[in-house]
Design a protein around this ligand. Structure first.
Ligand code: AMP
Ligand code: ZN
Ligand code: FE
Ligand code: FE
Length: 282
């Protein structure tokens, strides 16, 4: 079994079509794949259309959240009912706000003498995809102003940089409730990935557990073994599922598909907490 519960397609800031992602998963022996684009389910239908026997497909989304004191948190929602309106409306609101936020980031860059336009950023975005900083990075690379997404993030776009602007996001507690009300399961993504910026406290984790958190992403390349051990202990104590995943973004990041995986018993535990069997298997 090879279970990867966190990947991105070009419906957010990944670079593979959902069809390619499904094909790669099948050819690499992945047995369970979750598609979790940022704040959208736009890639679900294509992934499902290209599914073939041998792969279980888990449809989900990585929901951008922000704590009251401004810390960015990513919440994976898996196996939720797509017809649930409050969850879809929340994601739509986040996507809308990402546009104004991008305009503000661009304005700050222009003021600092970095010549880039919203049109150039949009040229890097696939139709129907969630707009994010990686598309701005791609536009800067396309203009020859930077070498890679990674360089742009370290030089200009880090959460701590003066160019950084946040966008509307629900709190993690609200996102968990919306995911659960839609019958899905909530897994906090890379909670201790401290290289990205400030991370949540132990008290915050307790609050998410009280709100109904189902799982914790323990194994992820942005978390050290020490951080993974801390998360393992929290998950074990609260009887939550522990996941491991790649956070694959195609060529947008170094992450390889299924470089970290989830143990079958942990996946079984997580899946059983959804209110219906929604894994797609042909
Ligand atoms: P945003 O959603 O617009 O705030 O942008 C955050 C996204 O940028 C995350 O989903 C990451 O996957 C991506 N990201 C963050 N750091 C890097 C990096 N160094 N290289 C490539 N992508 C990154
Ligand atoms: Zn991303
Ligand atoms: Fe994330
Ligand atoms: Fe991700």
């Amino acid at each position: 079994m090879k279970i990867d519960l966190h990947t991105h397609s070009l419906f957010s800031d990944g670079t593979d079509r959902p069809s390619e992602l499904v094909n790669k998963a099948l050819s690499q022996g992945v047995t369970t794949l979750a598609l979790t684009d940022h704040d959208t389910i736009a890639g679900w239908d294509e992934a499902r259309e290209w599914l073939r026997p041998g792969l279980d497909l888990v449809l989900g989304s990585e929901i951008s959240c922000q704590t009251e004191d401004g810390i960015s948190v990513h919440m994976l929602g898996l196996l939720f009912d797509r017809e649930n309106q409050p969850l879809q409306e929340m994601m739509a609101q986040t996507r809308d706000n990402r546009l104004g936020r991008m305009e503000r980031i661009i304005a700050r860059m222009n003021t600092a003498g970095i010549e880039i336009t919203l049109e150039e950023v949009h040229a890097q975005l696939s139709d129907g995809a969630t707009l994010g900083r990686p598309h701005l990075a791609d536009a800067l690379v396309a203009k020859g102003l930077a070498k890679s997404r990674d360089e742009v993030f370290s030089d200009w776009l880090a959460n701590s940089s003066p160019f950084y602007v946040s966008h509307y996001s629900p709190t993690p507690e609200v996102a968990i409730r919306l995911i659960k009300d839609a019958g899905g399961v909530a897994v906090i993504a890379h909670p201790l990935a401290s290289l990205r910026g400030r991370v949540v406290s132990r008290e915050s984790m307790d609050s998410y557990i009280a709100a109904g958190l189902d799982g914790i992403e323990v194994k992820h390349r942005d978390q050290t073994l020490e951080q993974q051990q801390i998360l393992f202990d929290i998950a074990a104590k609260a009887d939550l599922a522990m996941t491991g995943s790649s956070d694959y973004h195609g060529t947008g990041k170094m992450n390889e598909l299924a470089e970290f995986t989830t143990d079958p018993d942990q996946w079984e535990k997580l899946e059983s907490r959804a209110n219906a069997r929604r894994v797609i298997r042909l």
